[in-house]
Design a protein around this ligand. Sequence first.
Ligand code: ADP
Ligand code: MG
Length: 210
Amino acid sequence: MDALTTKNMMAYVADKMIASEPVLTKYDQAIGDGDHGIGMERGFKAVAELLASDYQPEDVSKLLLKIGSTMMASMGGASGAIFGTLYRSGAKAIKGATVLDTQTLSAFLTAGLEGVYERGGAKPGDKTMIDALVAAVKTSESLSGDLAEHLPAIAASAKQGVEATKEMIATTGKAKTLGERSLGHPDPGAMSMAFILEFMSEFACEQVPA
Ligand code: ADP
Ligand code: MG
């Protein structure tokens, strides 16, 4: 997938994330402070504006770096820093990439995860977006080639990661004060992570191969 198609894919993701505000709000109301949907909506509205402008990405890395900076500048909250870091750290690891294929995406997600670890200090099992991201990284590592072929499996793994957060007790972020009362509820940030990959997958699979 070239930089222009990746830009179109991210515009699609942004629109779908904006539309996901009510469901993300609902889940953050259950275990957080209820602002996660609004935060993601704000970030992806800024991304949608950027991508609808005459901005021409030089390559895939620069595009994803710019998206991360845009999210960080517009969102605030824990997730602004966390998702902004995911994109920025991931983008820096694929410097100069002119196409996004499965290996490039895997390198992006792996480095993004490292960045999130460093930025937020949470680990797998803490009931955060990390639980969805780690699952996606693990699946992506063994795959290479066309995105349309492999993104569905990567997105499905992230979704399983979200399911797993239902059984976890939050130890970080706003949900940690709930302790065991967070049991049974999925983590909203993990849900956002899985949605992003699911929407990327939808777009990639609808693309007619060139
Ligand atoms: P806030 O916690 O500031 O209200 P949001 O509600 O927008 O921010 O985002 C909450 C989400 O951020 C959580 O569901 C979790 O997935 C994620 N999160 C919070 N802290 C961390 C962290 N240290 N590392 C990774 N993800 C985190
Ligand atoms: Mg919140």
